[in-house]
Design a protein around this ligand. Structure first.
Ligand code: ADP
Ligand code: ZN
Ligand code: ZN
Length: 802
């Protein structure tokens, strides 16, 4: 087949369409589906993915492919198909979906080089090209007469490999190796003849006579206690040989992980794992929702199910939320599966991520543990996909393509005929509703493995504190308990719920929060106009001077930063040492781990932080958890705010008393009667679920309705509003009668980076063609988008409604 079908990287009207290109003779033997190529497109040269090959094209004059970027395909056929589905499902471009599946190194055109990866001789022409060097610029190969086929073959045989040069950093680490160049008897003869004065040289030879296998140069010199100058004559005489090998930069030191073996499962765990194992054995695609309280042993179930998959010779993908990818979590997987695990998360450098990805691509590991994008791991024999903390919103990608990892997981598992396990102590309403309808299979763990109850939660009414004259952010109860723990040498976790900073308005006297009369959502305070606005329906009113409930003049907008809390805390408890964890203190790479390490070694009394401390942490000595402002999230302009509050409170409570010491939780709030706070303090997920479902039904939100959000942005406000209005009208013509279109309305952040933002929200129950219509609409605006810098974003599963 001499024609390649290519998806090109250009924002063209026909962007999701393939273009045909002739395959030049030199690439004929090596070009495969899933490789990246460069092709001429108009006057430019652009990158593209080969997605098909054919013998005939509808066009008779075809241009030729300029070059190939990969010698081995970077995407499997399954991933190409999946990319098409992701693009369609999220109404984004096919090319964007394909690029999202690759490590960053492969997204741009980095310079390449070829490196020798063996001490053996390479096939003649390549050996000649390398001319004694360990690495050569890739261009030298391209200018040579050596065939691509020859190179591809040598790569497959492990003789050379392609290295991407990421700016100044090299993507792969290389080490110099030394090995004997002659057989051992020959070396022995040389040793006999060697001058007794050449003591170090003799020792070097002795080393190889005793251990003829290759050794790292550095290690060898250190062992003998000598320098390169001793080594050189032996290399020059061709008694020894030097070469480099590529090693993976290992962000984790394998020795840090103590090997663990499977624990004997509890009765509950046994009951939960049985249907998962059955599904693995019988290769059935099923989705399980593993609902288990924190500390109930969900992770142990994951580990044992994965073991089964590994023994079958298949592979496992485990997704964990970015912020839960702590060394604690990684240790549990590395401890069980050792080097059979690749770990992918954002704290790794580009090069490190690429290394981990290559381990997967080369089938050197069977397990990947990673954040959202690990769902695209290029495994070809997946036996299980696990999503831990399935309720986490980080599984939704907020850039194009706006996919949800849960949907992609289910799609891949269908293809591979394998189970998906969604685990959480606080499942999303969407997932739990599906489990109730038996679309998912519900598995329940109701007890902690240590047989301890969940820690006692005490709700403190901050209005009463105020009335009693306490104007600080710490209640008297919390202060007392903190002093008690300091005295006992036990540790404290303090959570400041910082999301919702300075946005909602609340009366400090009675706790009243201004809400939209039509949407049951807190109004957002706009400082510049001193108005309150609803971001769903555009309702607006002036900022009240006194509380409409109790007429107090203590009605304020809310916000407290961690830094201010730390200062106040230092004043309150001068003897306490505090570790503060927020975006500011964890920006540097490794800072997160370092701070947690200090706290684990009990170098501080108090860990103060934002959401990022609520998850997955397990400290023996923590016996008190305090939540400073439980309600700050409750009044975000987001219909999920109650659900998020419930989840956060449950998660953070789970941090206390995980071991032998009993734990206690203090929750400070101005709205102690809110059902999400009350029910979280009782660990009553069922009742919360029922309550919240009623609300969702009344106000027509998911899971009763689907949502789609269209956001338009442009520098001109009128144009932005008008375009949104046009979109609303176009949609109105095609959707069902019971579909609701809200808007156009300014986005919650109405102007960003000098661009105005308007949105419309579509609430629907059944619109099988909605994606198709939206795509059509996008096409209509395509010219304006390109020429006038108009931007239209479509989100088929909006989480951030901003
Ligand atoms: P979860 O993931 O549900 O929060 P974990 O898997 O972290 O729960 O388990 C909590 C603790 O219980 C861990 O320290 C774990 O090692 C331990 N554990 C889990 N399963 C068992 C078991 N079958 N027997 C004994 N200890 C267990
Ligand atoms: Zn409203
Ligand atoms: Zn009031």
């Amino acid at each position: 087949m001499n024609i390649a079908k290519v998806i090109v990287d250009v924002p063209s009207k026909a962007i999701n369409q393939t273009f045909d290109y002739l395959i030049p003779e030199k690439y004929m033997e090596i070009l495969q589906i899933g490789m990246r190529v460069t092709v001429p497109f108009g006057p430019r040269k652009v990158m593209g993915f080969v997605v098909g090959k054919t013998n005939d094209s509808e066009l008779d004059k075809l241009k030729e492919i300029n070059g190939v970027l990969d010698i081995t395909p970077v995407l499997t056929e399954e991933l190409l198909k999946l990319g098409k589905w992701v693009a369609k499902d999220s109404v984004s471009f096919y090319i964007t979906a394909l690029q999202a599946m690759l490590p960053q190194v492969l997204k741009a055109q980095y310079k390449k080089e070829l490196i020798r990866t063996t001490g053996e001789r390479l096939p003649e022409p390549l050996e000649f090209l390398f001319a004694g060097r360990d690495a050569i610029p890739y261009e030298e190969f391209e200018y040579s007469t050596i065939s691509y086929y020859q190179l591809q073959k040598t790569i497959q045989e492990g003789g050379v490999s392609v290295n991407y040069l990421v700016k100044s950093k090299i993507t792969k680490k290389q080490v110099s190796m030394i090995k004997p160049a002659k057989d051992i008897t020959h070396l022995e003869e040389i040793l006999v003849d060697m001058s007794k004065n050449a003591k170090k040289q003799r020792q070097l030879l002795m080393h190889f006579i005793e251990n003829p296998e290759p050794i790292e140069r550095q290690g060898l010199l250190k062992k003998i206690g000598t320098t390169a100058s001793t080594l050189k004559p032996l290399l020059d005489k061709s008694l020894l040989e030097a070469y480099t090998v590529e090693v993976y930069r290992n962000p984790y030191n394998e020795n840090d992980f103590k090997p663990t073996t499977a624990l004997t499962l509890t009765k509950e765990q046994q009951k939960a794992i049985t249907p998962i194992n059955k599904s693995i054995e019988e290769e059935l695609h099923e989705v399980f929702l593993l609902h288990g309280v924190t500390g109930s042993g969900k992770t142990e179930i994951y580990l044992q199910a994965i073991e089964k998959v590994i023994n079958k010779g298949e592979e496992a993908i485990v997704l964990v939320p970015e912020i839960a990818l702590t060394p604690q979590m990684v240790r549990r997987f590395k401890g069980r599966f050792g080097t059979n695990v690749a770990v992918i998360h954002s704290a790794l450098s580009k090069g490190e991520k690429y290394d981990e990805w290559r381990k997967i691509q080369r089938k050197e590991v069977q397990v990947v543990v990673g954040a959202r994008s690990a769902i695209f791991a290029p495994f070809e024999n997946i036996g299980i996909i696990i999503i831990d903390e399935e309720h986490e919103t980080t599984y939704k990608q907020e850039d194009q393509p706006k996919y949800h990892a849960r949907d992609v997981a289910i799609r891949r598992a269908e293809t591979h005929k394998c189970p998906v396990v969604l685990g959480s102590a606080t499942p999303t309403l969407e997932s739990f509703a599906r489990a109730k309808k038996e679309v998912y299979k519900l598995l329940t763990l109701s007890k902690r493995t240590n047989e301890q109850g969940m820690p006692q939660v005490e709700i403190v009414d901050m209005r009463k504190e105020l009335h009693a004259g306490n104007r600080t952010m710490f209640s008297r109860q919390l202060k007392e308990k903190m002093e008690d723990r300091l005295q006992k040498g036990e540790q404290i976790v303090l959570l400041l719920n910082r999301r919702g900073y300075s946005t909602f308005v609340m009366c400090r006297d009675c706790g009243h929060v201004k809400e939209c009369p039509h949407c049951d959502i807190a109004l957002t305070y706009h400082k510049n106009t001193n108005h309150l606005k609803c971001h769903y329906c555009s309702y607006e009113e002036p900022m009240p001077i006194v509380c409409p409930e109790c007429e107090s003049d203590l009605i304020r907008y809310f916000g407290t930063g961690t830094q201010r809390v730390e200062e106040a805390l230092t004043q309150l408890l001068p003897e306490a040492s505090i570790i503060r964890m927020d975006v500011d203190t964890t920006r540097r790479k490794g800072a997160h781990e370092k701070l947690l390490g200090q706290f684990a070694r009990q170098e501080a009394n108090i860990l103060l932080g934002t959401q990022m401390i609520a998850k997955g942490l397990d400290f023996e000595n923590v016996t008190l958890v305090g939540v400073l402002t439980a309600d700050s999230m409750l009044h975000l302009p987001d219909f999920r705010s109650s659900e998020k509050t419930f989840q956060l409170l449950t998660q953070v409570s789970g941090r206390a008393g995980r071991h032998s010491l009993e734990g206690e939780v203090i929750v400070q709030t101005y709205t102690p009667d809110h059902y999400s706070i009350e029910l979280a303090s009782q660990y009553d997920f069922q009742t919360f679920y029922e309550n919240e479902m009623r609300m969702r039904k009344t106000f027509q939100y998911p899971p009763y309705y689907y949502l789609a959000l269209v956001t338009v942005s442009h520098q001109n406000k009128v144009k932005t509003a008008q375009t949104t209005q046009n979109i609303v009208q176009l949609l109105q013509k095609v959707v069902n009668d019971n579909t609701v279109i809200l808007g156009p309305t300014p986005s919650p952040i109405p102007r960003m980076k000098d661009r105005y933002r308007y949105q419309c929200m579509i609430k629907y129950k059944n619109e099988p063609k909605l994606r198709f219509y939206l795509n059509k609409i996008l096409e209509q605006f395509y010219d304006e988008m390109r020429k006038e810098d108009l931007f239209i974003s479509i989100d088929m599963q909006p989480y951030h409604l901003m």
